[in-house]
Design a protein around this ligand. Structure first.
Ligand code: ADP
Ligand code: MG
Length: 243
């Protein structure tokens, strides 16, 4: 819809701007960190204050790093890639964290998923963000499921998109906050940046993808993403020959 297109345009402008600013901030930040480190060697500086300065600098650095990932969609390299492989790598990456948090991750992939044309690192970034959010919403553990299936936009004409569904059993998102998802700096966490979803939506948009989020407070959240498949790699489901 028009509303969605406007939102996507706004996101890509915000992305370009913030990447430029982030880059400019990084160098002075490194210099300040170096001098704070030097001040630690002198008795005359209160170490509690230096700790606070260091903590805040690390916070700025975290925000800057997330902002910089926004610029990546402009430099993306699209290659034919297997979705199962990309998502399996993400699951392996978050595996230890999940174990610590008493979270089980289950995944199911359609046996004949077509290839995607995508930047695999960016898709990984998206799912790292989604898994991180899901795990942060499940402080008492539970199950996260990942399902990927082929979709036929026109029945009988072959699989032209893949749909990935991520379901968590977290605390959910209140109705009045659903519109705010993906807005820069929207966060409900004390140490959140509110940039993960913005970066993710941007990447999905740049891949010709769609995203839908449904959530029920106290039940969990479902994130549906679709991507177009690589032209020519789709399997047509031919009707069985009849004799
Ligand atoms: P951050 O994680 O730094 O807060 P994000 O952009 O990743 O920033 O997410 C923004 C907000 O969306 C979160 O603070 C949280 O309130 C909400 N959110 C995102 N994913 C989920 C989820 N799976 N379950 C519950 N809330 C979520
Ligand atoms: Mg996040």
């Amino acid at each position: 819809s028009e509303e969605l297109i406007r939102k996507a345009e706004k996101l890509s402008i915000v992305g370009q701007l913030s990447a430029g600013i982030a880059h400019e901030i990084r160098n002075p930040l490194t210099a300040i960190k170096g001098f704070v480190q030097l001040m630690r060697g002198h008795q005359s500086y209160n170490s509690t204050y230096l700790d606070i300065i260091t903590e805040e600098l690390i916070r700025i650095e975290t925000i800057i790093n997330e902002l910089l990932t926004v610029s990546k969609p402009q430099l993306s390299t699209f290659v034919p890639a297997r979705l199962e492989q990309i998502l399996s790598e993400v699951i392996a990456l978050v595996g230890a964290q999940a174990l610590i948090g008493n979270i089980e991750i289950t995944s199911r992939f359609d046996s004949e998923l077509p290839l995607l044309s995508c930047d695999p690192n960016q898709i990984k970034q998206v799912y790292l963000n989604f898994f991180k959010n899901a795990m942060e919403a499940m402080p008492r553990g539970g199950t996260i499921t990942l399902d990927a299936v082929g979709l036929e936009s026109v029945p009988g004409c072959g699989v032209d998109r893949v749909k990935i569904r991520l379901t968590d059993q977290g605390h959910g998102i209140p109705k009045d906050q659903l519109d705010k998802l993906g807005e820069p700096f929207f966060t409900t966490k004390s140490s959140g940046t509110g940039l993960g979803l913005m970066v993710s939506f941007n990447i999905i948009h740049n891949h010709g993808g769609t995203i839908q989020i449904a959530s029920e407070v106290g039940q969990g959240t479902v994130i549906d993403v679709t991507f177009p498949v690589l032209q020519g790699s789709q399997h047509t489901k031919r009707p069985l020959a009849s004799y």
